[in-house]
Structure formats: C-alpha cells, structure tokens
Design a protein around this ligand. Structure first.
Ligand SMILES: [Zn+2]
Length: 242
C-alpha cells in the first residue's frame, strides 16, 4: 500500500528530474490558514482509496485518519495552485484541526518553509501569545497528531521529534530526504539522539506512512510534469506525454 515516489526513475511512464530540480523537489512550504474542509472531504472512503488499496485501507486506516489526510491533501492542492511543490499538512489535537500548512519555499524564498514548519510555527506563535510555558507547550505537542502528504524530511522529522509530537501519518515516501524511515529513522526514539545543552531532547514518535499515497504522488507528478516554473534556469521542457 505504501507508494513510493521515485523521482530518479526515468522510464516511459515516469518523470526524470535534473539535479537542480531534485534540489527543489521537496522544499515544501505551507501557509497556515485553516481552510474549511473541501465539500467532498469527510468520510468518503471510496474516493480516498484506489481499488487496489481498498482492502488494506479499510482494514488498517480509520475513517478519521483518512478524513484528516484529505484535509492535508487539500493544503497540498493549495500549494499547487500557488506554483509551490504540492505538499500540505494539518495538525490535530483532540479530534480538532488546530493548524495547517503548505509548502511556501518559493513565496518566502526560504528553503526551510516546509508544510510542517509552517504549521508548527502557527502553534508556537499562538501558544506563546497565550502565555504557555515551555513545559506546557511540550505537553500540548505530546497530544498532537500530524497528517502530511509526504514523509517528513530529515529537518522536519528532527523538529517533530524534539518537539515531542505524539504521532505522524504521511502519504507517499520521500526517497531523497525522508526522515521517517526512507533515509533516516528519526521517529524512532532509539535513533541517534540530538543533544542540546547536554540533554537528549529527541523523543521519537509513532509514524505511519501510505495514507492516500496515490493522491499525494499524483499531485507531485502533475506538478513536475507540467514543468516546475520555479526550477533554476535552464530548466527542462515539460515531459512529453506518449
Ligand atoms: Zn521538511
């Protein structure tokens, strides 16, 4: 069920990316607006799983998980509409979406503005304004679940681990930069600890991939097939469809 998006594969029905484009491909970013759920969002399981995925989807993924992932996909669609690499996410606490984000690396001209970072910063700012202490912020994150369309990169996975997020669900794997199993396994508390001030702050988190992976890959594939308008010059022409 876990669909991989192999950006290096160059075959008749795959897209090949230049080295420059590979550098850009997962610089996701996102804005934080809590967009309302798309009309088709809630609990339409049939539209969320391909037929080949249906059996395992029904068995392993709750309707709630799929519904929240569809909101993340909606964020990725908004990124696509803004000519950003289409990756999106939402953060959920007690069954409620409390932050969302999409890739905004081009708009901000900041390669670190991935979807996860945008959503995290929304919460940090809100909780800071509410006067929460560091311990209270840590407690809040320990109750939060992230739904993101693409496996968090190493940077984002490390941040999520340090913050102590409870759980992460993602769509497609990130074979180049993935920090939740593809390249590193920063979600595992037993992985190499990050030491800050002499104290290990890496906590790890439960992580499940492959949720609506085909939708996530579809968006990424569409983005690159139409030619990334933000790719460095000279950039390749759009892939010719056979
Ligand atoms: Zn990232």
């Amino acid at each position: 069920m876990r669909e991989r998006f192999d950006l290096q594969t160059n075959s008749n029905n795959r897209t090949h990316f230049s080295d420059d484009e590979r550098g850009l491909q997962f610089r996701h970013r996102l804005p934080h607006l809590l967009s309302p759920p798309p009309p088709s969002a809630l609990f339409s399981l049939l539209s969320l799983c391909s037929l080949s995925q249906m059996a395992s989807c029904v068995e392993q993924v709750s309707l709630e998980t799929v519904a929240f992932m569809e909101l993340a996909v909606h964020q990725a669609t908004l990124a696509m509409d803004s000519l950003e690499v289409p990756v999106g996410c939402v953060i959920v606490e007690d069954g409620e979406v409390i932050a969302s984000g999409r890739n905004r690396t081009t708009e901000t001209r900041n390669a670190t503005r991935h979807a996860e970072m945008e959503a995290i910063d929304v919460l940090l700012e809100k909780w800071k304004q509410n006067g929460l202490s560091e311990a209270e912020v840590a407690n809040k994150f320990s109750k939060c679940t992230l739904y993101v369309t693409c496996e968090p990169c190493i940077m984002c996975a490390a941040a999520l681990s340090i913050l102590g997020i409870k759980e992460v669900y993602y769509g497609c794997a990130n074979d180049k930069f993935g920090g939740c199993g593809s390249i590193l396994s920063l979600h595992l508390s037993s992985s190499e600890p990050l030491i800050s001030g002499g104290v290990s702050r890496q906590k790890g988190f439960k992580c499940t991939g492959g949720i609506m992976a085909s939708e996530a890959v579809s968006l990424l594939r569409s983005f690159y097939e139409q030619g990334n308008p933000n790719a460095p010059k000279p950039h390749r022409p759009p892939v010719q469809k056979i």
